[in-house]
Design a protein around this ligand. Structure first.
Ligand SMILES: Nc1ncnc2c1ncn2[C@@H]1O[C@H](COP(=O)(O)OP(=O)(O)OP(=O)(O)O)[C@@H](O)[C@H]1O
Ligand SMILES: [Mg+2]
Length: 451
């Protein structure tokens, strides 16, 4: 807490400064109004104690200058008994309190300690507000029993440093859960570093994760600090861990066990303090059985497994998610225009792309809807994915019978592949990822077989 004392009486100035110094506060002084204003205007002080009556500019001017440069500065005015009225004016202008002369050292120190507590609480409050904002912005929506249970587990394990493995289909919110874990842990003010193994070329994964020394390989023109080091004291989120190269899995295992590694081309052992959260769309156990994933690493990752259910298994979360996405896009007012059939459509669909697909759908609605909202968002619009899932009867009348529909599509895609490949059946089959024989028999059936 930095304090400025503006007081023309030398004795008072020195006495106050000494008292505060003894209490361990950092103190600066000014002996008249002009000097006081100059110092106050820097905005460098948490607290300014000023006499009201000073040669040159008075205490009220200092109060104004202080508040102008630093609105949260605490100003205390000193006044003689006779001019308490002026002190009250100062309070109206935002002074924190006033003290009267002659000064009582005990009262003065007790007041300063109160100010100290006040500033600390205010600071704390600011931090809490920030955190609350963060939580509100990034909140995880989900009140279905499965999500509730999952969020309860997240809360319980967040504080510990256990490695967490988040499993779930694409778009179910694996990264959202990883971030929530980080936010709810003591590491929240430290970095959250997210990397996606599927997005980094395999040859680069090692140096991206663990860093490299200058000259480690051709192209390593300078030292590179990897993601693990950048996540020091925070959380590292490794997405698509199933894509982690087999030959690097030992190195990852060592980091998980000892929190130590060596940069590529380096000698020095680097120690890091990181919480590791991984995510996978595929069943790692299956990869272990196929010898594509180390069993020991699997058990290390599997300490706390979290399973994110697909959206179709927690449809009751859909309305809240829809509300959340509309609001996130600043289109909360559109919610009142949504018809019941709108939700019916959403609930009937099976959402193969999960929450991300739902979010994209809402984005499209917001982007394409302006007038006639109620009509557009009712039943029978083209904003929904064409397919309405199992047993959704609402759009049956828009489609030809199943077999006919499939045949038509088949013809269309085969025609496209043949055209692309200059009518070369072998290459068309490759393009469609079909055995050549299958394509031939399909062509026969479609009466398109020409040889
Ligand atoms: N429970 C939820 N509440 C609010 N938003 C969510 C929720 N789940 C997912 N989302 C949103 O859905 C989108 C996809 O989520 P996220 O990226 O976490 O999914 P993912 O499982 O990591 O997907 P992928 O497997 O494709 O990497 C994000 O925009 C995210 O904000
Ligand atoms: Mg993801």
């Amino acid at each position: 807490m930095k304090i400025l004392i503006v007081e023309d009486e030398r004795i008072t100035r020195i006495t106050l400064a000494n008292l505060l110094n003894k209490e361990g506060y950092e103190v600066d002084t000014a002996s008249d109004g002009e000097k006081g204003i100059l110092k106050a205007a820097t905005g460098a002080f948490d607290v300014i104690i000023t006499d009201l009556r000073l040669p040159g500019k008075g205490g009220i001017d200092i109060l104004k200058a202080a508040k102008e440069s630093n609105e949260s500065c605490v100003v205390i005015v000193i006044t003689a008994y006779a001019s308490v009225e002026t002190a009250v004016d100062a309070l109206k202008l935002g002074a924190y309190d006033y003290i009267t002369k002659p000064l009582s050292p005990e009262k003065f120190i007790s007041l300063m300690n109160n100010v100290h507590d006040y500033l600390q609480i205010r600071q704390e409050n600011k931090k809490l507000k920030k955190r609350l904002e963060r939580i509100e912005n990034k909140s995880v929506i989900g009140s279905s029993p499965s999500m509730r249970k999952l969020l309860e587990t997240v809360k319980n394990v967040a504080e510990h440093d256990y490695t967490v493995l988040v499993q779930g289909e694409s778009g179910t919110g694996k990264e959202v859960i990883a971030r929530t874990l980080h936010q709810q842990s003591a590491r929240r003010d430290q970095p959250f570093v997210a990397i996606n193994c599927a997005a980094i070329p395999e040859a680069l994964i090692e140096s991206e994760l663990f860093g490299h020394e200058k000259g480690a390989f051709s192209g390593a023109i300078q030292q590179h600090i990897g993601y693990f080091e950048r996540a020091h004291k925070g959380t590292i989120f490794i997405d698509d861990i199933d894509d982690f190269p087999l030959n690097l899995q030992v190195k990852l295992l060592r980091v998980l066990q000892e929190r130590q590694f060596v940069r590529v081309g380096g000698m020095k052992t680097i120690s890091v303090d990181v919480r590791v959260v991984c995510a996978t769309k595929v069943n790692l156990e299956m990869l272990v059985r196929e010898n594509r994933f180390r069993e020991d690493l699997y058990y290390r990752l599997h300490i706390i497994p979290l399973h994110l259910p697909p959206l179709r298994e927690r449809k009751e979360d859909i309305p809240a998610l829809v509300g959340h996405f509309f609001k996130k896009l600043g289109a909360g007012n559109m919610l009142t225009h949504l018809e019941h059939s709108f939700y019916d459509n959403l609930m009937a669909y099976h959402w193969p792309g999960n929450v991300r697909q739902l979010e994209n759908t809402v984005e499209r609605i917001v982007a394409t809807t302006d007038i006639g909202i109620a009509a557009t968002l009712g039943a029978g619009n083209d904003l929904f994915p064409a397919e309405t899932g199992q047993g959704a009867p609402s759009s049956n009348d828009q489609y030809p019978p199943y077999e006919e529909f499939i045949q038509e599509k088949e013809e269309e895609i085969i025609g496209w592949a043949l055209e692309k490949t200059g009518q070369n059946i072998t290459r068309a089959a490759e393009l469609l990822d079909l055995p050549r024989g299958t394509l031939r028999s399909k062509l026969k059936k479609l009466n398109r077989f020409r040889e």
